[in-house]
Design a protein around this ligand. Sequence first.
Ligand code: 5GP
Length: 173
Amino acid sequence: MVVGKPFLTVEQIHQKNKELADRISADYKGSNLLAVGILKGAFIFFSDLVRLIRVPLTIDFLVASSYMKSETSGEIKLHYNIREEIADKDVLLVEDIVDTGITLNYLRERILNEGPRSLKICTFLDKKGRREVDVPIDYVGFEIPNEFVVGYGLDYDIKYRNLPYISIFKKTA
Ligand code: 5GP
């Protein structure tokens, strides 16, 4: 197994986060923003992003899992749900990576059922070519090809989340 050179560097990531945060800050002026990070994968992106957003916000988390090693199981488990009241909130759901879209679609539907004032989605990475469920995404960091990536919060077999950059993961024999 090899974790190689950065596919996205620390500098590229920071620059992109600033761009996303600027757009979000402009769009959410005067709103009642609740930023919800989807754990575990989005924990680093989420904490970088919220520190760059310049409008008042509250935060909460969802803990969901859908993956077995590098293959999707298509099954989603919700281990922790949002505790904040969301009926009067402008919810921004923050995800690490969208692949088939199954996870995000499931979480989106759940939140919409609770009647937030609005709901938007921000993802750091988007593997658009792999989409099976059409889920609307409002803010995308990087569109990437169909490769399995690790680092910046993303794991392979519960490792590599602490790499400060994104790397393409290659299995060796
Ligand atoms: P989806 O439901 O969209 O197929 O899968 C979304 C979830 O799968 C992400 O939140 C992430 O946990 C995982 N995932 C999808 N692609 C990758 C990848 O390239 N690397 C890693 N580490 N996880 C991925």
